[in-house]
Ligand binder design. Structure first.
Ligand code: ZN
Length: 381
């Protein structure tokens, strides 16, 4: 992981780089601050810089044998301690090494990995991980060996606030009497939950929220969203890259739903059975969960259009794109058909959930929509 892959944070980067360049790397340090700022990536970039065989002025070289191993997070002198939890049929208390493969994959996929995303990737959402005493014993054992390939043995402890008391006590002893040429690099979001005695023996570096300008530039480089979406994401993110990325992903899914819904309405109005058949095929191939989401989205937009038609603008919750479409579409959703339409979509959703044949359910839904859209506003009930 290279410093240049991490968005913004020039000040922190400068401090970390000079520690290594001036050979002042402390044996225990902590990067702390809110979620989504790149703390964890900065910590890993620092260890890579420390071990690089051909250090540049402001980053590791990225191509030496050491950097190649760091790029895959498999360097033998780099260790990770992260909160974990029992999954599957596990009986013994788990340690980070049990999830080494999953951890590497999760972090390499997303430098801004959050705690909840980590648990989710283990298939254990809504659960809390911990760092237990066995983990601290493992660190002590690992640091007792000589470094294999670099000058340092390095442990990155992600979220040390997740240590239970016995684990924290063992870590404290290690920090009090550190073996030579070791770097214990902690990455914390809640320093108030860490033993004060650990904090007082640790060099602290605050990692602030990413600035709006840096966030904007970083999102633009990804090239997956337009200007307006990026501005929305920056506004909502509050300096948190994770939130920004999630906002963009969410936007993407909503946009697909919007397109599917408007397409179905257009084709139904035109009574274009051939094209409708194509639509049905596409949605039927998307998987049950997504089909349910399309139905739920459709129900929401139908409701919004009915409200818009009733000219009660104050109740409207639509994006710019949805509003634009709805100005033309809302006259077709009225008291004469709104209940039947809602019922039709709800029923389709229930049938999909009950594992019915998606093709038949969606085709049936489309035929009913054609008929209901033809009903005149005056023909109420
Ligand atoms: Zn290198």
């Amino acid at each position: 992981m290279l410093f240049k892959e991490i968005i913004g944070q020039q000040e922190v980067k400068g401090k970390l780089l000079s520690l290594v360049r001036e050979d002042r790397t402390p044996h225990a340090m902590m990067l702390f601050g809110p979620e989504g700022t790149g703390k964890l990536a900065l910590a890993v970039a620092m260890t890579q810089y420390l071990a690089c065989n051909d250090r540049q002025e402001d980053d590791a070289c990225g191509v030496c044998p050491s950097c190649i191993k760091f790029g895959k997070l498999v360097h033998p002198d780099l260790h990770f301690v992260v909160p974990v939890l029992k999954t599957g049929s596990m009986t013994a208390p788990p340690v980070s090494d049990d999830y080494a493969v999953e951890w590497r994959e999760a972090l390499l996929t997303d430098l801004y990995l959050t705690e909840s995303q980590w648990y989710e990737s283990l298939g254990a959402e809504n659960k809390q991980g911990i760092i237990n005493v066995k983990e601290s014993e493992n660190i002590i054992r690992k640091l007792a060996f000589k470094p294999y390939e670099s000058d340092y043995r390095m442990v990155v402890i992600w979220l040390p606030e997740k240590m239970n008391q016995p684990a924290a006590n063992k870590l404290l002893k290690l920090i009090e009497e550190p073996p030579e040429k070791t770097l214990i690099l902690m990455v914390s979001e809640h320093t108030n939950k860490i033993l004060p005695t650990i904090l007082s023996r640790t060099q602290l570096f605050h990692v602030p929220p990413i600035s709006g300008a840096d966030l904007r530039e970083g999102l633009m480089k990804l090239g997956q969203a337009d200007q307006q979406q990026i501005e929305d994401a920056v506004l909502r993110a509050n300096g948190n890259m994770s939130t920004a990325l999630q906002t963009l992903r969410q936007d993407d899914v909503e946009r697909q739903h919007f397109e599917l819904f408007t397409e179905l309405m257009r084709l139904s109005y035109a009574r274009d059975i051939v094209q409708i058949n194509g639509w049905v095929e596409r949605v039927a191939g998307m998987g049950r969960e997504r089909q349910k989401q399309v139905i739920d989205y459709s129900l929401r937009l139908l409701r919004e259009n009915f409200i818009l038609n009733m000219e009660n603008d104050s109740l409207n919750y639509m994006s710019a794109k949805e509003s634009e479409f709805s100005r033309k579409f809302s006259p077709f959703i009225h008291e004469g058909n709104v209940h039947a339409l809602a019922e039709t979509f709800t029923l389709a959703g229930n049938h999909i959930e009950a594992n019915g044949n998606a093709r038949i359910i969606l085709m049936d839904l489309s035929i009913r929509v054609i008929r209901l859209l033809m009903q005149k506003a005056t023909a109420a009930n």
